[in-house]
Design a protein around this ligand. Structure first.
Ligand code: HEM
Length: 212
């Protein structure tokens, strides 16, 4: 008896979030950043809020290594908080004084809830933030030019892996594909990925509206 082909988790995540990605690219903050027109204070404010998200997400994943799928996918280099911290400090922001805005706090609650109820979902958020290194590489170039930055200083969180980015993204996809996710689990990953895209957009709104 022939079996139905297993669902490709990475293709599903990509297909089911493609519209969210289009919205992300068109978000006024992301657009301004990509063309080098975002004021540096707003870039620093965005990175400060993302620092909190990265910190909470990595910590939650790290505490959930007993879940085999998480142990199989998580790498130490997925810890982006130190890179965000160095970036914002480069712009004179005191990382220890950064407080979560409304959208950031909502995302942190989502992460905590996922950790407590269904830790596997956290990989949906990791997908979005790791996937963002694809465009981040190019955006970092524009940011360096616009703000006249030298080397990687100030853009480590946008372009965390330098030349290793394609290889690490491939490794992420390979390790995700190596996990035998069930259909319900994939649905949950997609849902968490969608909420993460929404959170990044809402954090962008908070930055543009001067709320953080
Ligand atoms: C102006 C802003 C952005 C640009 C220009 C951009 C560009 C790109 C590019 C060129 C890729 C690679 C596409 C491919 O391999 O076919 C990519 C992938 C991706 N980006 Fe972005 N991006 C932007 C913003 C964002 C943001 C804000 C997020 C997250 C909140 C994000 C999440 C992702 C994800 C998850 C992928 C992987 C898609 C896949 O599954 O293959 N991007 N982006």
């Amino acid at each position: 008896m022939s079996q139905a082909a297993a669902v490709d988790v990475m293709q599903t995540l990509r297909d089911r979030t493609i519209e969210k990605h289009k919205l992300a690219e068109r978000h006024p903050l992301q657009h301004a950043l990509a063309i080098g027109k975002l004021p540096p204070e707003q870039y620093a404010a965005l990175t400060a809020q993302l620092m909190i998200v990265h910190r909470e997400l990595f910590a939650a994943l790290n505490r959930s290594r007993a879940v085999p799928a998480i142990a199989a996918v998580l790498r130490d280099y997925h810890d982006h908080e130190p890179r965000c911290r160095r970036d914002i400090e480069h712009f004179g922001v005191d990382a220890s004084a950064v407080a979560a805005g409304i959208a950031t706090a909502k995302m942190v609650d989502d992460i905590k809830f996922a950790e407590a109820s269904s830790a596997l979902d956290l990989l949906g958020a990791l997908y979005v933030l790791e996937g963002a290194t694809n465009g981040g590489k190019f955006i970092a170039k524009m940011v360096r030019r616009a703000y006249r930055l030298e080397g990687i200083a100030g853009t480590e969180s946008l372009d965390p892996y330098g030349q290793a980015q394609p290889e690490r993204w491939e490794e992420f996809k390979r390790s995700m594909r190596g996990v035998a996710f069930g259909e319900v689990e994939i649905e949950r990953l997609v849902a968490m990925a969608c909420r993460t895209f929404d959170a990044v957009a809402e954090i962008g709104d908070d930055v543009l509206n001067g709320r953080v």
